[in-house]
Write a protein that binds this ligand. Structure first.
Ligand code: FES
Length: 142
């Protein structure tokens, strides 16, 4: 194989691998939708319609340093967890059925319980209620 042909084939292989990696990353980002909102009077309102086609939603709240994860339970209630690692306050990533911290490797299940340290405490959970249109999350403290 000549040098020029080798370089051309190598570049094509790199492009194919890069495209596959990018598609994988985009798919990983897309598995949990993100809803952006803000806190008003220590409360966050999330439209119930956001859960029409999903049981889990990431909430990005203006002014808060960490996202929230809101999950619809089988009994119709909602669980709201702060996506802040309890080991050293790193933002967590959703895995679809739990959370992972990329800083030191702690993992949490979808209920917020530690499944792998070094974190030792469960994730902070916020009280939720619903009205006819929204899930109301009460933010008492971070
Ligand atoms: S900050 Fe998350 S494991 Fe250390």
């Amino acid at each position: 194989m000549h040098r020029k042909e080798f370089i051309k084939k190598s570049c094509n292989a790199c492009l194919a691998i890069s495209a596959g990696w990018m598609l994988t990353e985009l798919a990983a980002c897309a598995h949990t939708p993100i809803y952006k909102t803000e806190v008003r009077d220590h409360k966050i309102a999330v439209p119930l319609t956001m859960f029409a086609n999903t049981d889990a939603q990431i909430i990005s709240v203006k002014g808060l340093d960490y996202d929230l994860s809101v999950r619809k339970e089988k009994n119709g209630s909602y669980t709201a967890l702060l996506m802040r690692c309890t080991h050293a306050d790193n933002q967590l990533n959703s895995t679809g059925d739990g959370f992972v911290c990329t800083l030191h490797g702690s993992t949490f299940d979808k209920e917020g319980a530690v499944t792998q340290g070094p974190a030792e405490q469960s994730l902070k959970r916020y009280a939720t209620t619903t009205n006819t249109t929204d899930i109301i999350i009460t933010i008492d403290q971070l």
